[in-house]
Write a protein that binds this ligand. Structure first.
Ligand SMILES: C[S@@+](CC[C@H](N)C(=O)[O-])C[C@H]1O[C@@H](n2cnc3c(N)ncnc32)[C@H](O)[C@@H]1O
Length: 310
């Protein structure tokens, strides 16, 4: 999913609880402590919109200096960064890669695309990672009692693995994505929260026997906090399965990961393998995949399944 072509104000602020107008089910955090605030929305929208448009136009015509000036102006107007100026600056190689794509940006982006997400990703961009996860999990016929889907989006992966699972919890930064997930009616609980925050701060003592995260890692930079969160939230023998995006060694040029011009993180295979081993995981499956099409070309990535030793 690429950045919005025009800036639109988020339609709401993050709330601690809400009910789906369709099913009436609770779709936000039962524990407000894990609701991730994505920053105030009190800024000069018109000026932000104009600066953002200026940046996009300059970037299109390869005027990096003008793009940088415009994105820096966006950050002055809106330090919470709902338009993703920081990740754009990183994609242009002008700042160090941040810890993540940015929470305010992710929730804004996916709130705006929630209704069209399935059509764009699955039909137009041939996104198949949820089916790939289903196929890998089905290989040994194991069932899972308590499953967490991080960055659950509209629930494509939940729907794919529903029959293997007794209890399914979904978490996503975007309240609109969570609302669509809720309408799919495959999750027992849904939370609006940031994935790594949730792993750290969700009800102490709750562990899962499977954690999935499909097409979420490209929104995270250094993976150590995510991997250690996964490890701590898995019971012994529990599994985690997730997808990444990657780029060629030549493009990575010795870096562990890099931000692409698509404003996502691309993680190198050796960095990922080393980080998994350093965390103490056993690697059960590591496969090169095509995540989806990106500007008509296959977007390469990895599908990884690990387990926590008993
Ligand atoms: C490309 S979508 C994938 C959705 C779903 N997992 C699937 O495979 O269809 C990425 C999702 O991850 C969510 N997301 C990205 N970064 C996140 C983070 N740090 N914490 C929680 N959700 C995040 C986005 O809001 C979005 O719904």
């Amino acid at each position: 999913m690429s950045a919005p072509s025009a800036w639109r104000r988020p339609r709401f602020r993050v709330r601690t609880r809400c009910r789906s107008s369709v099913t009436g089910r609770l779709v936000a955090a039962a524990s407000p402590s894990v609701v991730t605030e994505t920053g105030v929305t009190d800024f000069d929208e018109e000026a932000l919109g104009a600066a953002y448009e200026r940046g996009l136009k300059a970037e299109k015509s390869d005027d990096v200096e003008a793009a940088a000036e415009a994105y820096r102006e966006c950050l002055r107007l809106d330090p919470a960064d709902h338009v993703g100026a920081t990740i754009r600056l990183a994609g242009l190689g002008l700042v160090e890669p941040p810890a993540s794509v940015g929470h305010a940006y992710v929730s804004t982006l996916f709130d705006q695309h929630a209704e069209t997400f399935d059509d764009i990703l699955v039909r137009q961009l041939h996104y198949r990672v949820p089916e790939m996860v289903g196929a890998v999990l089905r290989r040994d016929g194991r069932r899972y009692a308590n499953v967490l889907d991080l960055g659950c989006g509209t629930g494509l992966t939940g729907a794919e693995i529903e029959d293997l699972v007794d209890h399914l919890t979904g978490v996503d930064l975007s309240e609109e994505m969570v609302r669509v997930s809720d309408e799919r009616a495959v999750y027992d609980r849904l939370f609006v929260a940031e994935a790594v925050d949730f792993l750290r701060r969700h009800e102490p003592g709750t562990v899962f026997d499977l954690i999935v995260a499909t097409d979420v890692v490209p929104y995270l930079g250094a993976l150590e906090p995510f991997l250690s969160g996964l490890y701590d939230r898995l019971e012994g023998g529990g599994r985690a399965i997730f997808s990444t995006e990657t780029m060629s060694d030549e493009a990575l040029a010795g870096r562990p990961y890099a931000v692409g011009r698509d404003q996502r993180f691309h993680h190198g295979e050796s960095y990922l393998r080393n980080a998994l081993l350093a965390q103490g995981f056993d690697v059960d499956h590591f496969e090169e995949i095509v995540v989806r099409l990106q500007e008509g070309k296959p977007a390469p990535g990895h599908l990884v399944m690990v387990s926590k030793p008993v």
